[in-house]
Design a protein around this ligand. Structure first.
Ligand code: F6P
Length: 361
């Protein structure tokens, strides 16, 4: 029998527990293997090791639970790990410690569930002789190699419900509601929830927006009798020629916070060009918390089961992925490095525009 280990790295999202459960059930129940859960992403292998046995009792009841029972880490890159030396903190390569700790726990392979960062680390560790299978994860849906990631469908559902609720209050008060949603680099959440939730304007990082045209669109609606509008903006959206600060912040997700977020920025601009009341709603981590949708529970379960199959086949350095209707294996390399962004001229954007949604241009 084999012993395998699993960790969850990077930002959490609904479905992580369903992946863990899928791995444990396929390994323990179907194959009689042992599964060890590493705590707090790669931190649990840099320190400690901090591991716990994942038997069937440990995963009982976790399918509908958001987050990750294993915990995740905000710092954990073992190739550049913050190590305190005296009063200073230095980024240090501690990958040898990870390899050593992995040998200590006696596992034959590792399932690494994570986004671009976690998968890059997993790929490097695999090259150093630690057999890894990856499971792609990002709420933003911006990983390549897979058609969609788990958690994303749940997030789109949360935002859509919020948009439905905001419609009734916006309409009652004749207001413009600017709703800032997640999506640091990619506009998927804004675009799909905007379509599902009947937004009037959708602003995404892939299409720098022209604020004057946004104002014109809202004014046209108002003059046509719709005295309210719903604007959905990805947190990474930025104005056309918006100057370095905003462009940089869109890339780094830093300056925007200093500016009070792109939602606040857009709201201030709209108030400046229209005589309408504007309110801002920043949905934030509500989009990442809570129970996964049925779609995400199924996708996560399939990913977990497939990851165990890949280990059984010795297909290391691979990642599970959804392509079309099938869960398959791709090289981790295919997924990392470049992001899966919205095509500004693709069918989805053209659909939004055909529906009369203003996309910032
Ligand atoms: O990349 C996923 C994401 O949710 C982004 O949309 C968002 O900018 C970021 O993570 C938030 O990160 P944190 O949880 O560290 O605040």
């Amino acid at each position: 029998a084999k012993t395998i280990a699993i960790l969850t790295g990077g930002g959490d999202c609904p479905g992580l527990n369903a992946v863990i459960r899928g791995v444990v059930r396929a390994a323990v129940l179907q194959r009689g293997w042992r599964v060890l859960g590493i705590e707090d992403g790669f931190d649990g292998l840099v320190e400690g090791p901090r591991v716990r046995e994942l038997d069937l009792a440990a995963i009982s009841g976790i399918l509908p639970r958001g987050g990750t029972i294993l915990g995740t880490s905000n710092r954990g890159n073992p190739f550049a790990y913050p190590v305190k030396i005296g009063t200073e903190t230095k980024l240090t390569d501690v990958s040898s410690r990870v390899l050593e700790n992995f040998r200590k726990i006696g596992a034959d392979a590792l399932v690494a569930v994570g986004g671009d960062g976690t998968l890059k680390i997993a790929r490097r560790l695999n090259d150093l002789g630690l057999p890894v299978v990856g499971v792609p994860k990002t709420i933003d849906n911006d990983l390549r190699g897979t058609d969609v990631t788990f958690g994303y469908n749940t997030a789109v559902g949360v935002v859509t419900e919020a948009l439905d609720r905001l419609h009734t209050t916006a309409e009652s008060h004749h207001r413009v509601m600017v709703v800032e949603v997640m999506g640091r680099d990619a506009g998927w959440i804004a675009l799909e929830s905007g379509i599902a939730g009947s937004a009037d304007v959708i602003l995404i990082p892939e299409i720098p927006f022209d604020i004057q045209r946004v104002c014109d669109a809202i004014a046209r609606r108002r003059d046509g009798g719709n005295r309210f509008s719903i604007v959905v903006a990805s947190e990474g959206a930025f104005p056309l020629g918006g100057g370095k600060t905003i462009q940089l912040s869109a890339e780094k997700n830093l300056g925007v916070e200093r500016l009070g977020g792109i939602g606040r920025f857009v709201a201030a601009q709209i108030e400046g060009c229209l005589d309408m009341e504007v309110r801002v709603v920043v949905l934030g981590h509500v989009q990442r918390g809570g129970s996964p949708s049925p779609f995400d529970r199924i996708l996560s379960s399939r990913f977990g089961v497939k990851a165990v199959e890949l280990i059984e086949q010795g297909a290391f350095g691979k990642m599970v992925a959804l392509q079309g209707r099938s869960v398959i294996a791709v090289d981790i390399d295919e997924a990392v490095g470049n992001l899966n962004l919205v095509d500004p001229h693709g069918e989805l954007i053209r659909t939004a525009e055909a529906l009369g949604i203003m996309t910032g241009r």
